[in-house]
Design a protein around this ligand. Structure first.
Ligand code: NAP
Length: 498
């Protein structure tokens, strides 16, 4: 399998890139880094440089937090309706430029255009959802059980937040944090991933165009994440850290955040089991497997990482799944026929390959795939592995690539034990025609989310998040805004007794 040599950027791609801000956004202005340093952003399907951005240092990080702190009180005092309408305008502006956002994501991240278009819909929906939540965030008023006192409860913005996002969903991971923070009345410093910061840059400009006041959102792309965010996390003016990324980095940031007892939201790694029972609709299970495995080339925290299949249907499932995987065209995301784009970089691709070669060395068999793809860019063949033994490294680490290891089980108890045999607990998928069994699995699997006969369940209206070492807190839904609020209680004597 070979991917053909790269062509030059098209006129449309060049024009789009020319409109992406390249500075740091601090207090409403795009500016160069204090050091004058820059870093390059590359296209993972060709390795060519797309744009060069200002590279924030610690001094810029401090300026960004200064700006967020300076406007926090004024921003918190704005009417919820005003904040809601900024979000709604931003939703309309992103929607109007949906094709631009999709192309930009494909260029910097690699996923096929159709998938990028899907992310624009999903990611922008957080803007609309939280524009609606901004005006529906209520407290409560009640008496105590003794009848002697009154209890007034109100929700207040937590204050300035540091938001750190990963490279795999460049728009959605940003809107899932920024929209509820705006709705709640918090100011922010956003540090996007250095591999895919361009979408955040363009999105930040959209928010300014939608009327977001200067200083509410500050964006500091950097090639030295820890050096820039470390001092911010130790600054007592910061009140909240919301992080999406890997569990090892999340653990470290949680430890750092403990010094100032920061509020934290942690959306971390996953190791999703995909359980297929003997009574499953196999066509639906194979469709679901393709979606749960191949969305984002497998580079999703929600990606199915372990296929646990009842022994009586394992052969049939593997054959049908492998046929679909073999038919998924690998190529650059900008090419219309592409179903599988490149992985994000050489390191990620090499890690995927080492997991596959280890599994094969331990006795697994590649039904399809199992090799690197020649050509520029970091492509990997869609791969199905059968005969993977429980305990294999590929079953305990996030694969983050288009590789599906299959393990068989004999009964429900064994399926549950295998599903729970991981430090992660983000999402699980279960395919069965028996809904009682499906709901029983939800009770027995330690997971923050479960797809029942569904391979993709992300939605702005649903509470997204994990248990165990997959994280803390929820994004989206009713819970999402609460991550950016604290609860204040005011007690006073019952006026009837005065
Ligand atoms: P990552 O390496 O943990 O990086 C995530 C973010 O943290 C990036 O912005 C990165 O900056 C920054 N970062 C890295 N080291 C840091 C440090 N010492 N101090 C402060 N910031 C630091 O993860 P990734 O490779 O970008 O993303 C993939 C991971 O994210 C996977 O584990 C995936 O499961 C997880 N993920 C989880 C969810 C969820 O909702 N649960 C969603 C998507 C992804 P640089 O880019 O500059 O390194």
């Amino acid at each position: 399998m070979t991917v053909t040599a790269a062509t030059e950027l098209t006129e449309r791609e060049s024009a789009l890139l020319a409109g992406v801000p390249t500075g740091l956004l601090i207090n409403g202005e795009w500016r160069a880094a204090a050091s004058g340093k820059t870093f390059d952003v590359e296209d993972p399907s060709t390795g060519r440089v797309l744009l060069t951005l200002a590279d924030a240092g610690a001094e810029d990080g401090a300026a960004a937090l200064d700006a967020a702190v300076a406007v926090q009180d004024e921003w918190a005092a704005t009417a919820p309706r005003e904040r809601a309408e900024i979000l709604r305008r931003a939703f309309d502006l992103v929607t109007a430029r949906a094709d631009d956002f999709a192309l930009l994501m494909t260029l910097e991240m690699g996923k096929p255009l159709a998938e990028s278009a899907g992310e624009v819909k999903y990611g922008s929906e957080f803007l609309r959802w939280f524009s609606e939540e901004a005006v529906r965030s209520f407290g409560r008023y009640s008496g105590n059980p003794e009848g002697t006192a009154q209890i007034l409860v109100q929700k207040k913005p937590v204050g300035p937040c540091l938001l750190i996002t990963p490279w795999n969903f460049p728009l959605a991971m940003a809107t899932r944090k920024i929209a509820p923070a705006i709705a709640a009345g918090c100011t922010m410093v956003l540090k996007p991933a250095n591999l895919t910061p361009l979408t955040s840059q363009l999105f930040a400009q959209i928010l300014l165009d939608a009327g977001l006041p200067a200083g509410v959102l500050n964006v500091i792309a950097t090639s030295t994440a820890g050096a820039v965010t470390g001092p911010l996390i130790q600054d007592t003016r910061l009140r909240k850290l919301s992080f999406t990324g890997s569990t090892p980095v999340g653990r470290r940031l949680l430890a750092d955040a403990s010094n100032n007892v920061l509020r934290t939201s942690m959306e971390l790694g996953g190791n999703a089991p995909f359980v297929v029972f003997d009574d499953a609709d196999l066509d639906a299970a194979v469709e679901g497997a393709m979606a749960a495995k191949m969305r984002n080339m497998g580079e999703a925290c929600t990606a199915a990482n372990r296929f646990l299949v009842h022994e009586s249907v394992a052969e049939e499932f593997a054959t049908r799944f492998a046929a679909k995987m073999a038919g998924a065209a690998v190529g650059r995301g900008t090419e219309p026929e592409t179903k599988v784009g490149p992985l994000i970089d050489a390191k990620s691709r090499d890690k995927v390959h080492s997991l596959v070669t280890d599994a094969i060395a331990d006795g697994a068999r590649a039904v399809v795939g199992g090799a690197l793809v020649d050509g520029p860019g970091y492509f990997y063949q869609p791969t199905v592995l059968q005969g993977v033994e429980p305990g294999a490294r590929i079953l305990s680490e996030e694969i983050f690539g288009p590789v599906a290891p299959i393990v068989t089980f004999k009964n429900e108890d064994e399926a549950v034990a295998l599903a729970n045999d991981t430090e992660y607990g983000l999402v699980a998928y279960v395919f069965t025609r028996d809904y009682a069994r499906g709901l029983r699995m939800a009770n027995r699997i330690e997971t923050g989310m479960m797809g029942l006969n569904a391979g993709v369940i992300s939605n702005a209206a649903a509470p997204f998040g994990g248990v165990k070492q997959s994280g803390l807190g929820r994004e989206g839904s009713l819970e999402g805004i609460e991550e950016y609020q604290y609860t204040q209680y005011i007690g006073f004597p019952n006026p009837d007794n005065a």
